[in-house]
Design a protein around this ligand. Structure first.
Ligand SMILES: [Fe+2]
Length: 263
């Protein structure tokens, strides 16, 4: 599995506070089958000024420690960017993407998505970035009207659901919203959003849950193959509801598949 969202860069945001804590979390993750983790500290203007130049030395030091501790996991430096109207300049100047890719993992205000959110996302897309929205199921607006998530899909924004949401760790409403999204195939990635406090691998638990309820192929796509496509020319796949077990394939989808070859 590849985890594209975690707060395990020690001492830089509200995640892991020490190298020891990070090593412990990485050990748990590696033992449960995660082979690559993107470290995605928050960038929030005026609160977490985690520019790439600030995080790079911490990351390089951690790489050495992971190697000498013998933890078998590969790491990439990333960012969870709190989107605003100056996003393009900051992301560009500081390479606040996932690794060296052009994918930006972004978040916004959980209590209220800004009314101009699609103007912010469009500015980044126009500048050549591909966007992944972190944990759509945690936004009040989407909890109230889950179909709003479809607007993000229509704006070519990828959706990353938190493993813990699927397991009910953020409460009932978020749990139901995550399942609602997954039932309709509105997800491209599942990630841990690990803040350094996991006693077991939520990613492995969520993988089992998804493969049991939605099938191995979909679990493999959300936890492995889609994350592996970041930084490559390969297209990220969307689960389509007609691929879920038991759902009939509609004529429209058959025609689309016939003409485009894309499910
Ligand atoms: Fe996060």
């Amino acid at each position: 599995m590849i985890d594209i969202h975690s707060h395990l860069l020690p001492g830089v945001d509200d995640g892991s506070s020490s190298i020891q804590q990070t090593l412990e979390q990485l050990r748990i993750m590696a033992q449960a089958g995660t082979n690559k983790v993107y470290l995605t500290p928050h960038f929030m203007r005026n609160l977490y000024n985690n520019t790439r130049s600030a995080t790079r030395p911490v990351f390089d030091n951690l790489l050495q420690k992971v190697k000498s501790a013998g933890v078998n996991i590969s790491l990439e430096l990333g960012c969870e960017f709190f989107i605003d109207n100056q996003a393009v300049e900051t992301v560009k100047a500081e390479n606040l993407t996932l690794g060296d890719s052009n994918y930006v993992l972004f978040e916004s205000m959980l209590q209220q998505l800004p009314s101009d959110i699609f103007s912010m996302t469009y500015q980044l897309q126009k500048a050549g970035y591909k966007l992944i929205m972190a944990h759509p199921e945690r936004y009040s607006n989407i909890i109230k009207s889950p179909s709003l998530a479809e607007d993000f899909l229509h704006h070519d924004i990828y959706l990353q659901i938190n493993a813990g949401s699927l397991l009910g760790q953020y409460g009932r409403n978020i749990h139901h919203t995550a399942l609602w999204l997954l039932d309709r195939g509105f997800a491209h990635f599942i990630a841990s959003d690990n803040h350094g406090d996991h006693r077991m691998s939520v990613l492995a638990e969520a993988y089992n849950f998804v493969s049991q309820h939605y099938g191995d192929k979909i679990a493999e796509m959300l936890f492995e193959s889609n994350p592996a496509r970041i930084g490559t020319a390969d297209k990220i796949e969307l689960i389509n509801h007609w691929r879920l077990p038991g759902k009939p394939v509609s004529l429209w989808h058959k025609l689309k598949r016939f003409f485009t070859g894309y499910e």
